[in-house]
Design a binder for this molecule. Sequence first.
Ligand code: ADP
Ligand code: MG
Length: 291
Amino acid sequence: MKLKFHVEQMKEMVMARIICVANQKGGVGKTTTSVNLAAALANLDKKVLLVDMDPQGNASSGLGMKKHEFQDRTVYNLLIGEKSVEECRLQTSLPNLDIITATPDLVGAEIELVDAERREMRLKDALSTIKDEYHYILIDCPPSLGLITLNSLSAANTFLVPLQCEYFALEGLSQLLNTAGLIKKGLNTELKIEGIVLTMFDVRNNLSHQVVSEIQTHFSDKVFQAIIPRNVRLSEAPSYGQSIIQYDPKSIGAIRYMELAKELDDKVYGASEYSRLSEEPKLELERDANV
Ligand SMILES: Nc1ncnc2c1ncn2[C@@H]1O[C@H](COP(=O)(O)OP(=O)(O)O)[C@@H](O)[C@H]1O
Ligand SMILES: [Mg+2]
């Protein structure tokens, strides 16, 4: 009885895994992965918050958020301290999934915060009051390396890298790992890599196969086993304001993102649901910085 009580008590003690979805290359599947992984985790009954940190706001529109609903309650208003995190987080049409939206205003934050106190820690500080309400907080990063990305990587426990299965994929990756190495030395000593997700895999393209095997050889257990194929349903879903889980749950894109969510969740909260707070991702950053 006593043990049961203890276990129940521990269950309430959720502390979000904050994962920054990052790659300095554009068009590699960061937003597609952020939106659909968030939706798939929510579908596994996890409480999820998605933070759109890209001024393009594609994650926000991709989840059907309408501009008039979140006017002046975006991540920009949050970062400059105009609004509280409670005011800025909004419900999406998916149960278990909340979002903090972005608009092109966000570009202004880079400039407005130049002289601000703890300017790289704005997001981390804002999330600190609500992080225990979620299992996961996913941050969709822009491709640039400005203050917005620094805020994202400073707030995160880990970063997850979508890597397009193409010839130059590794270029962006080594750049990102160098950046993360620097952030680990300065702003966020706890930062670790969550893993690499291979995206836009084309089964008929020999190069795709070569890239996958090269990356798996280089990064072994850091590469998620779920590989996201090129799937037209994934590119259609955002124009309907829906995640792939809602738009076409039977599509191969939906199935793979569900597998990815399961794989991540097993790794983070794993077989031992109650040891999750002490679980660290196995991946070491220092080793990667030389790649
Ligand atoms: N697995 C996929 N299959 C087909 N299209 C994809 C896939 N992943 C992303 N896309 C499309 O590729 C483009 C770039 O993806 P996006 O997720 O916006 O990249 P990023 O956020 O890294 O710039 C978008 O038009 C998106 O719909
Ligand atoms: Mg994007």
